[in-house]
Design a protein around this ligand. Sequence first.
Ligand SMILES: NC(=O)c1ccc[n+]([C@@H]2O[C@H](COP(=O)([O-])OP(=O)(O)OC[C@H]3O[C@@H](n4cnc5c(N)ncnc54)[C@H](O)[C@@H]3O)[C@@H](O)[C@H]2O)c1
Length: 276
Amino acid sequence: MTALLENQVAIITGAGRGIGAAAAELFARHGAKVVVSDLDAAPSDAMAEHIRAQGGAAISVPGDVTDPAFPDKLMAATIEAYGKLNCLVNNAGYTWDGMVHKMTDKQWQAMLDVHNTAPFRLIRAAAPHMRDASKAEQAEGRTPEPRNIVNVSSTSGLHGNIGQANYATAKMGVVGLTKTIAKEWGPFGVRCNAVAFGFIDTRLTRDKSAGDTIAVNGEEIALGIPGHLKDMATMMIPLTRTGTAEEAAGGILLMASPLASYITGHTLEVTGGAGV
Ligand SMILES: NC(=O)c1ccc[n+]([C@@H]2O[C@H](COP(=O)([O-])OP(=O)(O)OC[C@H]3O[C@@H](n4cnc5c(N)ncnc54)[C@H](O)[C@@H]3O)[C@@H](O)[C@H]2O)c1
């Protein structure tokens, strides 16, 4: 297979596990130097180590994307290690479900923080290395390097989902952010797309009884969905199964790669056909 991201530098947030980890591995196999980042340092470090052990290039920069100081730290580490940035994948996220009449302000705000404010700040922090770098190359009469952003959305955002007023609102916000960046940075050749996943098999969609949690600001938030929902959901998927993290990563790579060089402002649905 041709390497699609040879000599390109990519930051992937939430890359310690699940879809982000699969994307980090896939990007590395396609020649990218990967900046692996996750809230949890151990899986973040392990993924970067795994990529290096396979002969690829990767560093780990763990941290919380909702920390206002983190975007600058992540950009600085990337530039120090690799000198440039070609692709930013805003993938970090989680769910904190509840019916709207019982949802707390904290629950609501947490979803906007991680899925909207964090990608906004990361994109703003990336501006000197993406927007401004491309603009400078254009001013010198050169064709800018390939540069793009992929923001991770969800079918919950596109269609709404019971128990996810907070998450659905935030994930639709991702689409608005994506289209705006596509319009603002398009003249400089920087693309920005979203990938909206349907039912991908990760700890976010596994049976709640598995007991997975995420620790955010000292709070242990339960992850997963009621087990019976998986059977109901797969009945609505034309491909009649859930997707793997690797298949989800394929959608991210597609939008990040030169195969999508004339695609910007788009939301790619990676859903096995659900919702068509
Ligand atoms: N699994 C699905 O079916 C599905 C569907 C639609 C969208 N998504 C989205 O895909 C993305 C990846 O989810 P996943 O299914 O791989 O889940 P996952 O839990 O397996 O992986 C998400 C990773 O993001 C990290 N993370 C969470 N909050 C963070 C923070 N504040 N700072 C830094 N890292 C943080 C977690 O530590 C975790 O390693 C998320 O944005 C999610 O909303 C998933």
